[in-house]
Design a binder for this molecule. Structure first.
Ligand SMILES: [Zn+2]
Length: 185
């Protein structure tokens, strides 16, 4: 994959295909969106929301989950708000997510098959790594969105004036369902 991408990239730059994407680092729509890394959303989500290059700050992870109040996702959202002029936050998870119903056990099984030893896993457990918690996905997508919205909204470093919305997108049709209207609270 790497060489194919590098070859294409050379052409892309030489042909100045970047010109039509030129913009600034400040989001025109003054918003930061946290969504899932799902492949189906790569183009669908921006198209379904009429977002173009330069419009928003986009943060992605598996499941669109804020699992730690002082992790890198929360930091990205705060940087967007304080340094990059984002005035609203949106959490957009989706139906049929890989993190839905994910249990630590099945991930650990895959790890073992790929050569991670039982011994190493035990060592990490003794060092305080809670795999059950760390690798757990969510049972209900709406609940997960509401939880992440809550974590962001009530973060001690988040300004009270910033609305935090929660939505769920259909990865086939792009339809958005509103779960939490950030203007309401
Ligand atoms: Zn997902």
């Amino acid at each position: 994959m790497l060489n194919e991408i590098l070859d294409y990239n050379k052409q892309f730059v030489e042909n100045k295909e970047y010109e039509k994407y030129e913009t600034t680092k400040y989001p025109k729509k003054k918003m930061v969106i946290l969504t899932c890394m799902d492949t189906r959303l790569l183009e669908l989500l921006p198209k379904a929301m009429n977002l173009n290059n330069g419009d928003v700050k986009l943060v992605k992870n598996a499941g669109a989950i804020v699992s730690h109040p002082f992790g890198s996702i929360m930091r990205s959202i705060l940087i967007a708000v304080y340094q990059l002029q984002a005035e609203e936050v949106m959490v957009i998870a989706h139906h049929d997510c890989g993190m839905s119903g994910l249990k630590a056990d099945s991930v650990i099984e895959s790890m073992k098959k790929r050569g991670i030893s039982e011994e190493r896993l035990e060592t990490l457990k003794y060092a305080g790594v809670d795999f059950e918690k760390w690798l757990h996905g969510f049972d209900y997508v709406e609940e997960s969105v509401a939880h992440s919205v809550n974590t962001i909204k009530h973060h001690p470093l988040m300004p009270e004036s910033v609305p935090v919305h929660g939505l769920v997108i259909d990865p086939k049709t792009g339809k958005l369902d509103l779960i939490v209207d950030g203007y309401d609270n």
